[in-house]
Design a protein around this ligand. Sequence first.
Ligand code: AMP
Length: 207
Amino acid sequence: MRIVILGPAGSGKGTQGTLISKKLNIPLISIGDLVRRETKKHSTLAQKVAWYSVQGLLVPDEIIIKLLVKRLKATDCKNGFILDGFPRNLNQAIELDKLIEIDKVILIKIDNKTALSRIQGRFVCSNCGLTLSNDKNTDLKCISCGGTMIKRKDDLNENAIKTRLNIYENNIEPIISHYKNKGILFEVSGEKSKTEVFEQISQVVTE
Ligand code: AMP
């Protein structure tokens, strides 16, 4: 099954994507992770990608689509995949249609206030990428691999957080209409607990 997960930063796309990935035994493709990996390289492209992502701006479509095309060619995607962080504008949705057929699109809905407080409280494992919330804002050890939990650069910058949420708000409606018209959009409430959100999503992907 080929699944797209939509939702603002902080809606739990990565967390839920990981759970569905385990349930269906298909890879989770996080475009944000592909972007962060790219920024660690020593190249002009890496610098360009970092310039956009640190500010919370969208990396230009042609760069993102190249990263995605390369990832989709990997053999682990042959039985399906879960896309987290793509499409982020209507053009990307149209380009994705040209690349491959998507079966289901899950939209995780949360309000801006919840998104903001979740992003401000989240830590990511520098080793395995696990995301956890911690209101105390102190460094901690990853419960999965023991690695160090750190803040993402774009989560440390309040302007970058607001930019990401604004870009989402400004771009999401045409994407929703695009998938509604195809009859493959399913909405779930992201305001509930991790388990409850997963129950809603499990129902969508197994029906
Ligand atoms: P995320 O981890 O999904 O919050 O993504 C982190 C950053 O990567 C975003 O703020 C963008 O700069 C970049 N990014 C991720 N996905 C896309 C996309 N589909 N199009 C453009 N830029 C993206």
